[in-house]
Design a protein around this ligand. Sequence first.
Ligand code: 3Y8
Ligand code: NAP
Length: 247
Amino acid sequence: MKVLILGGTTEASALARALAEREIPALFSYAGRVTAPKPQPLPTRVGGFGGVDGLAAFLTAERITHLVDATHPFAERMSRNAVAAAARTGTRLLALTRPPWAPQQGDRGQQGDDWQRVDSIESAVAALSGPPQRVLLAIGRMHLAAFAVRPEHHYVLRLVDRPDTPPPLARHTLTVDRGPFTREGDLALLREHGVERLVCKNAGGTGAAAKLAAARELGLPVVMIDRPALPPRREAHRVDDVLHWLG
Ligand code: 3Y8
Ligand code: NAP
């Protein structure tokens, strides 16, 4: 048996620890999106494979018997490539993913979540019509430029790395921080910057959920971007399910 983990999430790191503890032969893979990805207790490769062909060749060359796609729900291209390459090479595939977040109803005097669900970054931009606001864009670095068409807002940005060129947003405040985040920390962030609205991806899981708890406490509206549709594949939500699948 030899496992390849496509990583980049809290769950991928938890699985890497579990395999290392059990001395199950495994490799860990990052895309190379950030300058210093979190070290893993497994041999780690960084960078794209070169599409489906590259991944299929890698699976064959490395004699991978089990592919675990533990990438983020928005890592659509990687997940599609994993399904195609696994089918082509006859490699067993399991996706370790997390259920989407759902808005919480109000109870005991606390108002419910105020979500506006949209299906894409572009729809999130369109949802920001209306008077100028202070908006937390907690969506990382790769899609900030889409919001340049709404320069009237003041954007509070949270990025993993300090960008070498300033984001193309006329009015913005930049914070550099990597998760997992805490409710207290995100409450402080929202209060410090007078955030009036949040835009975020329905990542699910725990590492990015703190901002929702903070928004709930402050009664702030959230523009929630639904995750992209992915091809059918076997899915698990827990590391134990993956260990069981590995048998
Ligand atoms: C490079 C590798 C771990 C994994 C930790 C999780 C939690 C903290 C929360 C906010 C939301 C966001 C972003 C976020 C979170 C975890 C997880 C998660 C969101 C690292 C990491 C890599 C990346 C890539 C990065 C993206 C960006 C997205 C920032 C490591 C830290 C917004 C997603 O600058 C860039 O190019 C960053 C790009 C893809 C989305 C984007 O579009 O910009 N993640 N994040 C992975 C690689 O190279 O393969 O160093 O750990 C991992 C984590 N980020 O092991 O503890 O499990 O999701 N990551 C989102 O969810 O909306 C931040 O700010 O509230
Ligand atoms: P993506 O758009 O689906 O992937 C684009 C290309 O990046 C892929 O085709 C592949 O290149 C390469 N790639 C992606 N993940 C890889 C991995 N784990 N190992 C090797 N190559 C990888 O992915 P993304 O949204 O840019 O996310 C990139 C990484 O950040 C992923 O590991 C993901 O788990 C992590 N992440 C993403 C988000 C997010 O919001 N998207 C949030 C948290 C963490 P080739 O085609 O050349 O093989």
